[in-house]
Design a protein around this ligand. Structure first.
Ligand code: URA
Ligand code: SF4
Length: 217
């Protein structure tokens, strides 16, 4: 397989409305069978935020809490993300939060908690049309990539967060949008911050990256 991003696949296309609004996307994703992930998820989770937000924050997939609530980033990673946005001086009103994959990828249970595993390239590609529709509606100035799955989705399997974080990248050409974002900024995923031993340091690094985004808005 090549390292080049393939661009969004056809998977979800038949379910994506032609002239979408955020409200119509939220309804339509509930019908999507563009890959098999809908089968074990409670619901599809589209992005949340204003349809003219200047910044999109792009995560991986809904977690346990998000799958139940139907909203992205409402669990522990989302709480940490909100703290980091606040510390970076980014108004929550200016942010549209979403994920590269709209259904939770169930992989088993740990106690009461349902756990997920990373989506495969096939899922990411199949789900791409939903992300493209969100981008077409919101038309952000910038996109912050939260972690490796978001980075690989846009830049291919050779993408490494450690090598690219905190550096402004150009929008990848394989993802054709009418008004592409002016820049893309990769950083760590908030759940990776929660998992590291030096959590405070990792948190400060996340905030430092978000400040770069704040300055560019
Ligand atoms: N992690 C993500 O990548 N997205 C969410 O919505 C929640 C946790
Ligand atoms: Fe459709 Fe994406 Fe859900 Fe797969 S993960 S069923 S492509 S919405």
């Amino acid at each position: 397989m090549s390292d080049e991003p393939a661009g969004p696949g056809a998977g979800a296309s038949p379910w994506v409305p032609d002239h979408p609004t955020l409200a119509s996307l939220r309804g339509a994703v509930q019908e999507c069978h563009g890959c098999e992930l809908w089968q074990h998820a409670t619901q599809g989770v589209m992005g949340e935020g204003r349809d003219d937000a200047p910044l999109i924050l792009l995560g991986e997939q809904p977690g346990d809490k998000e799958d139940v609530a139907g909203e992205p980033f409402v669990g522990p990673a989302g709480k940490l993300l909100d703290k980091a946005l606040d510390a970076a001086g980014i108004d929550p009103e200016d942010v549209f939060k979403t994920n590269v994959v709209k259904h939770f990828r169930f992989s088993g249970t740990r106690g009461k908690q349902r756990i997920h595993k990373s989506p495969s390239r096939v899922h990411v590609s199949a789900c791409g049309p939903w992300l493209m529709a969100e981008l077409a509606v919101v038309r952000p100035t910038g996109v912050v990539l939260l972690g490796g799955t978001a980075g690989k989705a846009l830049y291919g399997s050779g993408f490494r967060v450690g090598e690219s974080r905190g550096r402004m990248l150009d929008w990848p050409e394989a993802f054709e949008v009418r008004r592409p974002p002016a820049w893309v900024l990769p950083t760590t995923h908030p759940s990776a911050v929660l998992r590291t031993r030096g959590r405070q340091h990792a948190f400060e690094e996340l905030v430092a990256d978000l400040r770069i985004a704040a300055d560019a808005l």
